[in-house]
Write a protein that binds this ligand. Structure first.
Ligand code: ZN
Length: 220
């Protein structure tokens, strides 16, 4: 799938989820406490998570932003496993010192800025976003876990979307490197064809339906 498809599909699903759980959601994490996060705070990192797995494609829009990474990665390899989703989940349960919390939030802001901004002085402009993320994180303890939640969600949805594609993803790694796709037979989607457009239209329609059912506009 192209980066546009991933960004639109994932952001839509995340926005619907964030709206449904706008009052916060309790996440069971490792350790004793349940963690309350506010998904709306994680929208920028969900967008970043939707794009980042394709840093493994040489000369893609994402890998050009982080050119030092793609030579080490093979396409649909480790970034298309559940490793980073698991890392985000596990990182939510850690009790960070203030400094570490602010540094991680700044890094998320920097990554989001670099991915989204175009033109000149991208790094400098991204530093401003990093500053805003840091300030937000300083203001509230729920900010960093919400950012991590968004990142993990976005990353997971990228992988799910790629599984509609014949190439599939090695989601059972490290058990096996085999790339698995959904059992859709002739309905598997080929990237950059009309099928990808149809996939996106259906995806958006399903998300809109979920929202309308929840809002009691659509009834069965
Ligand atoms: Zn991908």
């Amino acid at each position: 799938m192209t980066v546009q498809t991933h960004l639109i599909a994932t952001t839509t699903s995340y926005a619907v989820f964030a709206y449904l759980y706008r009052k916060g959601i309790n996440i069971p994490v490792i350790g004793t406490n349940r963690l309350t996060i506010y998904p709306l705070l994680g929208i920028p990192t969900a967008m970043a998570g939707a794009m980042l797995p394709d840093v493994d494609i040489e000369n893609s829009r994402v890998s050009r932003k982080f050119p030092f990474l793609s030579p080490f990665l093979k396409h649909r390899g480790v970034t298309h496993t559940l490793l980073f989703v698991a890392v985000c989940y596990l990182a939510m349960s850690v009790n960070y010192s203030l400094n570490i919390k602010l540094i991680i939030s700044a890094i998320f802001g920097l990554i989001f800025g670099i991915l989204m901004l175009k033109g000149r002085f991208v790094f400098l402009k991204a530093l401003v976003i990093a500053g805003a993320f840091t300030a937000l994180s300083y203001a509230g303890d729920e900010v960093l876990p919400s950012l991590l939640f968004g990142m993990g969600f976005g990353w997971l949805f990228h992988i799910i979307e790629d599984m509609f594609n014949k190439k599939g993803c090695p989601i059972l790694w490290p058990l096996t490197n085999k790339k698995l796709h959904l059992p859709l037979g002739p309905f598997l989607v080929r990237t950059r064809t009309w099928q990808e457009a149809v996939f996106l239209i259906i995806w958006e329609g399903v998300n809109a339906a979920i929202l309308l059912i929840y809002m009691n506009v659509l009834r069965f």
